[in-house]
Design a protein around this ligand. Structure first.
Ligand code: SF4
Length: 206
């Protein structure tokens, strides 16, 4: 299905990220972007998730003019007349691809794979930015762990335990399959943790 430039510009529910972009969260969930609520867990099953009912329903809603609930952060920003990530994604994509777009409700686009990857292979970031939380930052997690539960509730951050998915061989097989189609890749790592990842068993296999 070809989407025309003017249709996208005027749509208030369409986001190109749902058709071209994927985010792997630190705990192995798959979402269209880092702002959207995760659709499913299981990077090793990514191909089925990309063409599966959660992604397909999200894409259909966007084309039908319905705002998917998973994207509530963008709707909240737009309702307050802000400039959302949806608008940034659409405008950037249209600027870089000055042509009509072939999208597919099931396969996303004609390649059948995402064109953008935003990867958080575990809790590897060792910065402590003010706007972040324990889900991404190893330093914030350590600090919040020292708080009691009541204080964690006040702060609104209760660190969860999970295994970093970097050493899951099945997840890395998926990465190997996706990378040839990828035009842009973002990986959230901070040195020296990046060294740990680069030297991991699975990374060497890619
Ligand atoms: S609408 Fe917003 S939250 Fe949804 S996929 Fe696009 S950028 Fe992400």
């Amino acid at each position: 299905m070809t989407i025309y430039f003017n249709e996208i510009k005027n749509s208030s529910s369409f986001c190109i990220a749902a058709f071209t972009h994927t985010n792997f969260t630190i705990d192995g969930k798959v979402s269209p972007c880092c702002l959207a609520e995760p659709l499913e867990k299981g990077i090793e099953d990514f191909e089925n998730i990309w063409t599966g009912s959660s992604y397909v329903e999200l894409r259909k809603k966007m084309l039908e003019g319905t705002r998917p609930l998973e994207c509530w952060r963008c709707w909240q920003i737009e309702d307050k007349k802000g400039y959302s990530d949806r608008q940034i994604h659409n405008n950037t994509f249209l600027k870089d691809n000055n042509e009509n777009l072939d999208i597919d409700v099931i396969k996303g686009n004609t390649t059948g794979f995402p064109l953008w990857l935003d990867i958080r292979p575990g809790r590897f970031c060792n910065l402590k930015c003010r706007m972040c939380y324990s889900g991404n930052s190893s330093q914030i997690k350590e600090e919040i762990y020292l708080q009691n539960k009541a204080d964690q509730d006040i702060i609104g951050d209760r660190p969860e335990e999970f295994d970093d998915w970097i050493d899951n061989p099945a997840a890395f097989q998926i990465m190997k399959k996706l990378i040839p189609n990828i035009k842009t890749i973002k990986i959230a790592l901070v040195w020296p943790k990046a060294d740990t990842v680069a030297n991991s068993r699975s990374a060497k296999a890619v």
